[in-house]
Design a protein around this ligand. Structure first.
Ligand code: NDP
Length: 356
């Protein structure tokens, strides 16, 4: 199997190492030199998060003359930084590397006038305007408007072999990586909507799909379950936990089997396969904003349908932080664009500039 795979989702980082990406520091006037004193940064638009949503918001906002300030974290990029091949981001006839894609987005954002600061926001006050945030560096950020684009992380099982084989037969995104398993044998772990949707998607591509679920019933919507049970190339293993992912021999090991245990009988078994998709949920990176913007029960930021507006005027959310359905780089970019356009309109009508 080729060295494939994405670890699902929409964020990214920069310069590439062999298996994991790492973005080079931003070549930005504000990042050059060492600052010994903390600084207060005033901006019309503060963008928090440096994935496709954040970068796209930055590109649109910069081109609209808002001079956005992006706080990109110490390892900008996010989930696409641990992605090798990306084949489904439009505009590239050949597959591109996730880190390369993010590097291009970063450069584009800087090129059109975004200021990027590598800092981590540790607290934020969205209770009154202007909005105020504090960075781990000691710097303060004062903003007329904010775009939250902090993303979400796929949950992992935490079992032997999973991390080592991530991108080599282990994935958390069927839409991203399913294509690489055409005609092959795969498993999906989980029993929620995501797991069943992933299995349905994969059943169109793979020879056989085994869904491995730790209980004896799915929590996925009944209609999805019905569709799944009707498929001839899908098997469900109930009451089964995955204990390890086994690797093939050779110079470039990839997943070759799962070690399983029946939760009721304790019986152990092995399931041979070419790939496994872990679909046990996601964690949106929203702890910072708890109690300040409306969120659903799972911690995703709620936006007004068809927009990037949150319940706090002047605060917008884009990308996986507010999306538990699509979770794609391209949809994150799309909502990043929406957030910037809406912020621009909102600023024109509501905010007195904080800039001096
Ligand atoms: P869920 O939290 O709904 O489901 C997670 C699944 O993974 C559960 O079946 C759970 O098992 C299982 N699981 C969790 N931890 C482990 C573990 N350590 N080992 C093995 N299995 C584990 O997550 P989803 O991502 O499926 O969905 C998240 C939200 O997004 C839901 O509200 C869902 O409805 C929504 N969604 C909506 C979609 C749509 O509208 N089209 C598409 C996808 C998701 P158990 O059941 O035993 O707890």
């Amino acid at each position: 199997m080729s060295a494939l795979l994405t670890v699902h989702g929409s964020q990214i980082c920069f310069a590439v190492t062999a298996r994991r990406g790492k973005l080079a520091p931003v070549d930005n006037a504000n990042n050059s030199g060492i600052r010994s004193l903390s600084t207060t940064h005033n901006t019309r638009l503060l963008i928090i998060g440096a994935g496709p949503a954040g970068y796209t918001a930055a590109i649109y906002a910069a081109r609209a003359g808002l001079k956005p300030l992006m706080v990109a974290g110490l390892q900008p990029g996010g989930q696409l930084m641990i992605t090798t091949e990306v084949e489904n981001y439009p505009g590239f006839a050949e597959a591109v590397q996730g880190p390369f894609l993010m590097e291009q987005m970063q450069k584009q954002a800087v090129h059109v006038g975004t200021e990027i600061i590598q800092d981590i926001i540790t607290s934020i006050d969205l209770g009154g305007r202007p909005f105020r945030a504090l960075g781990d560096s000691g710097d303060s950020y004062v903003a007329d408007s904010v775009v939250i684009a902090t993303g979400a992380q796929a949950r992992w099982l935490g079992i032997p072999g999973e991390k080592e084989l991530s991108g080599f037969g282990v994935s958390a995104c069927a839409t991203c990586d399913g294509f690489f398993f055409r005609g092959k044998t795969v498993a999906v772990v989980g029993g929620g909507n995501t797991a069943v949707e992933e299995a349905l998607y994969l059943a169109n591509l793979a020879k056989h799909v085994t869904v491995v679920h730790r209980r004896d019933s799915f929590r996925a919507e009944r209609i999805l379950q019905q569709r799944l049970f009707a498929l001839p190339n899908v098997t469900v293993l109930w009451d089964t936990v995955v204990e390890a992912v086994l690797a093939s021999e050779g110079q470039f090991p990839s997943a070759r089997a799962l070690v399983l245990r029946n939760a009721k009988t304790g019986a152990a078994s092995e399931l041979p396969l070419d790939g496994v998709f872990v679909a046990i949920g996601h964690d949106p990176a929203t702890a910072l904003f708890k109690g300040q913007v409306a969120m659903d029960a799972e911690g995703y930021i709620e936006t007004v349908p068809g927009s990037a507006r949150t319940n706090v005027p002047g605060v917008f959310a884009a990308g996986d932080v507010q999306d538990k359905v699509y979770r794609q780089a391209v949809t994150a970019a799309g909502t990043g664009c929406m957030a910037a356009l809406e912020a621009e309109k909102w600023l024109a009508h509501h905010a007195e500039p904080v800039l001096t």
